[in-house]
Design a protein around this ligand. Structure first.
Ligand SMILES: NC(=O)c1ccc[n+]([C@@H]2O[C@H](COP(=O)([O-])OP(=O)(O)OC[C@H]3O[C@@H](n4cnc5c(N)ncnc54)[C@H](O)[C@@H]3O)[C@@H](O)[C@H]2O)c1
Length: 468
């Protein structure tokens, strides 16, 4: 099928590349001319596993890049809208990008088209998109608007798209549902997974994925409610972690104890410095605003957001209590991305913490495997950037772990201890075992678990006894 994907950001670019891999002819449209040129020239603008391979495989063949939306609409049977829906000051989703795309699409509709919302949007958006397209005099029979929310996670976006838990299609006509079924047929009939050049199957995948057909409104709500629930799970376990800290319990043991209950499950039960990224913060706020608009006061979501904010402040207090005064302290920071596996720093708790610590007079040397370029655009030269975790740790008063990159859980601890001025690690992602860290000679602070010290003595007064 000939498909247009509008917006070549994290979602649009991954969706476009994956749809091409399913065998469709994709025109990826963006109104950022420089992005289009870069993509045409072979540049891969985001860090995402398997994306470079897919772009190399399909660029210039099944995947072409354009800034001409009207022409792309004219050539396509289905148009995915994957532009941003950032929060406004009041927390609602800013739908101006979606509206402007809807207006442009209306100019290109000649024969039957399906317009598909891929962006995360509030309930009723599909109605609005339809109204906007109709306003320009478009024949009501010549198009349908469908909601097909995207559940991919940055860092594993390609495999999430190709091996989804489910595909939700929110449509109000049989004709549009058929088009969506055809688009995803290589996944739902399993033919994609039998191909020798298919992207490797992740462990957890249940294939083929089920299709869930709902009304457009239900699909819009499914996406907001899913993200709100996942954020709630994170805030819940972070609140439990705070109680664990107060009573000297170990949150890992508590998570194991509750997560083995199949009604609860262990996923998204990782205590830390809170959720971030371009989705959870904005989607929880937007869902809160949607509920208010519809007459329901969803105060539970206020608490989810409050706990998340508090988690960052708790971490700052932990740094202060480990180091006492902060002015002039030299800190090594591991991680700037909002999560491991991505270069995305939007709403990153790590960036927030770095900025707060710089504000308090700390001198920071940071390392991130993928996000330093983007971080530099935001925090500039207020911090130094290292080429490795070991360089970040060099001569620092403490090492902070702020992003759960896999490479940060496999550090050469002898080497890290040798680099640090004081062997203090403050881990916002619980990547290490407290007892093992103490045995390695570190004073180790984490989330929801008691601090551990070598020989039971905090390092602030012990100095780096094991330093060579
Ligand atoms: N990032 C994620 O993990 C994720 C996951 C699921 C859903 N979503 C949702 O998907 C949507 C897109 O998110 P993203 O992270 O890809 O955003 P993004 O900011 O990375 O990308 C948006 C792209 O749209 C382009 N654009 C804006 N207006 C345009 C127009 N009029 N014509 C053509 N292109 C235009 C921008 O130039 C940009 O390249 C959002 O609604 C988001 O909530 C994101």
């Amino acid at each position: 099928m000939r498909i247009a994907v509008v917006g070549s950001g994290y979602v649009g670019l991954v969706a476009g590349a994956c749809l091409a891999d399913l065998g469709h002819d994709v025109i990826l449209v963006d109104n950022d001319q420089s992005k289009v040129t870069e993509l045409r020239n072979g540049h891969v603008p985001i860090h995402e596993k398997f994306l470079p391979e897919l772009l190399t495989r399909h660029r210039g063949q099944r995947l072409i890049f354009s800034d001409d939306l009207k022409q792309a609409v004219g050539l396509s049977a289905a148009i995915f809208v994957a532009v941003g829906t950032p929060p406004t000051e009041s927390g609602e989703a800013d739908l101006s990008y979606v509206e402007s795309v809807a207006r442009e699409i209306s100019g290109g509709i000649s024969d039957y088209k399906v317009v598909i919302e891929k962006s995360t949007v509030p309930v009723y958006t599909s109605d609005w998109v339809r109204k906007i397209i109709l306003r320009s005099g478009t024949d009501p029979q010549s198009f349908d608007v469908v909601s097909n929310p995207e559940f991919l996670r940055e860092g594993t976006a390609v495999t999430d798209f190709l091996f989804p838990d489910r595909i939700v299609i929110g449509c109000d006509s049989l004709r549009s549902a058929e088009v969506l079924r055809e688009i995803y047929a290589p996944l739902t009939d399993g033919s994609y997974y039998r191909r020798s050049d298919a992207i490797p199957q992740p462990d957890r995948a249940s294939i083929p994925p089920p299709i869930i057909v709902t009304s457009a409104k239900s699909a819009e709500l499914i996406k907001h409610a899913s993200n709100a629930f996942l954020a709630l799970k994170i805030s819940f376990i972070n609140a439990v972690a705070s109680v664990c800290e107060s009573v000297g319990a170990n949150v890992n043991q508590v998570v194991h104890g509750i997560g083995t209950d199949t009604r609860i499950g262990p996923k998204f039960m990782n205590p830390g410095i809170g959720y971030g990224g371009s989705c959870f913060p904005k989607d929880v706020m937007a869902f809160r605003a949607v509920a208010r608009e519809c007459g329901y006061d969803f105060r539970l979501l206020d608490e989810v957001m409050r706990i998340n904010e508090d988690q960052r402040q708790r971490f700052l207090r932990k740094v202060r209590s480990a180091l006492w005064t902060l002015r002039g302290k030299k800190l090594g920071v591991l991680g700037l991305a909002f999560k491991g596996g991505t270069d995305d720093i939007r709403e990153s708790p790590a960036i927030f913490l770095v900025q707060a610590l710089v504000q308090e007079g700390c001198k920071i040397t940071a390392y991130d495997p993928a996000a330093m370029g983007r971080a530099q655009e935001v925090i500039g030269s207020s911090v130094c950037y290292a080429k490795s975790p070991y360089e970040a740790a060099r001569d620092a008063d403490a090492l902070l772990i702020l992003t759960e990159w896999e490479e940060f859980s496999n550090l050469d601890l002898d080497r890290i201890r040798g680099e640090l001025k004081y062997p203090i690690v403050i881990d916002g992602r619980n990547l290490y075992d407290p007892e093992e860290m103490a045995a390695e000679g570190f004073s180790y602070y984490s989330v929801g678990r008691a601090a551990s010290y070598p020989d039971g003595v905090p390092t602030t007064i012990l100095r780096n006894s094991k330093k060579a």
